[in-house]
Design a protein around this ligand. Structure first.
Ligand code: G3P
Ligand code: MG
Length: 346
């Protein structure tokens, strides 16, 4: 929605610059807020020596629940109000594919959550691995559906269903089963389960919501992420068929995600702060050089305004290593990142 005429412009909000935050490893780790992140939000909301507020958005590769649900959770964790109007997760841009494919397989996440997200995006016919196992339990020899999965899964005859695309929305909870099903579809005759192509070039396309091989969760060391599943699937496909598999990943560092973020930030600044002109600088705060820093630096080259990358030490990046993609600044945590940006602006 466009800004309504009765929204008054707030004068103590800076129109010169804005912040964009990665979430895991910067603000949150394993469901818990990083203490300095809570303070960083307070500083942006006016608790600073300059007497100003600074607009900000969130750009995470994570996912698995609706944007609405995730924002409610983030609001509690960070002790501020976070609106879906300032939030993008890995699968948000997949929304734009809903009109392109009729029947799709959605993989990953807890229970039925990703099916709900996909349906909310407007996908008309959403299949889950559970539906497929319910139709034919022999699909995954070592995975039996739980009672809950059994009752949620939808009955249909997959021999008659053409699956047009595969979307990995969130981390798989069962790599073996999910990969078996994806592989079956890739090797099928045109997306019909139970069939085998003679040429292996007629299966559906596969889309991942991001490509992070590792990420920062509650463990001290980094954990395997969706990018690892992608690597594994591509290697398996090659081993089984002898052919290369081309898949597509959304999320950071893809330029499309940063373009999406630019549009979101523009709308957000206009709707909530009455600001019409684009910011001169966007400070992007991230913990993963391959996604956050690489994406920000690349986008800086093509964007009209400055995208300034700040790497923190609270997540994937660890001191003592050299980041593969060099940030404009490296600081300890999200609070220092905010203070760094604000200092540069004064
Ligand atoms: O699964 C999520 C993770 O790979 C990265 O999330 O917030 O660091 O982009 P984030
Ligand atoms: Mg991160």
């Amino acid at each position: 929605p466009m800004s309504s005429p009765e929204t008054p412009p707030v004068t103590n909000v800076t129109d010169k610059y804005a912040f964009a935050f990665d979430i895991d490893g910067v603000l949150i780790r394993g469901g818990r807020p990083i203490p300095e992140a809570i303070e960083a939000m307070k500083v942006l909301n006016g608790k600073n020596a300059y007497g100003i507020k600074v607009p900000y958005i969130f750009v995470t590769n994570g996912g698995g629940k609706t944007e609405q649900e995730r924002c409610i959770q983030l609001s509690k964790q960070l002790e501020i109000e976070v609106s879906p109007g300032q939030f993008i997760c890995g699968h948000t841009p997949m929304r734009e594919m809903a009109s392109k494919y009729q029947t799709v397989l959605v993989v990953g996440g807890e229970g039925e959550k990703c099916r709900q997200v996909a349906e909310g995006y407007g996908f008309k016919d959403v299949v889950t691995p559970g539906d497929i196992i319910k139709d034919n339990p022999d699909t995954t020899p070592f995975r039996k559906l739980t009672a809950d999965e059994m009752s949620n899964s939808r009955v249909r005859n997959f021999a008659e269903v053409k699956i047009e695309a595969i979307f990995v929305f969130a981390d798989s909870r069962d790599w073996a089963g999910d990969q078996q099903i994806i592989l079956d579809l890739l090797m099928s005759k045109g997306g019909y389960l139970g069939s085998r192509s003679e040429t292996f070039n007629e299966g559906p396309p596969v889309f991942f919501s991001h490509n992070d091989v590792i990420w920062s969760a509650s463990h001290d060391l980094t954990r395997l992420g969706m990018g690892a599943l992608r690597l594994s699937l591509e290697a398996m496909y090659k081993a089984v068929t002898g052919m290369d598999l081309n898949t597509t990943a959304f999320g950071k560092p893809q330029m499309g995600t940063f373009q999406f973020a630019t549009r979101l930030l523009k709308q957000w600044r206009r709707d909530t702060h009455g600001i019409d002109a684009p910011p001169e600088t966007v400070y992007f705060v991230g913990d993963t050089p391959e996604s956050d820093i690489r994406g920000t630096n690349d986008f800086n080259k093509e964007s009209e305004n400055t995208w300034y990358s700040i790497l923190v030490r609270t997540g994937v990046f660890q001191e003592g290593t050299k980041p593969k993609f060099a940030p404009k600044a490296t600081v300890d945590n999200a609070l220092d990142a905010v203070l760094h940006g604000m200092e540069l602006e004064t």
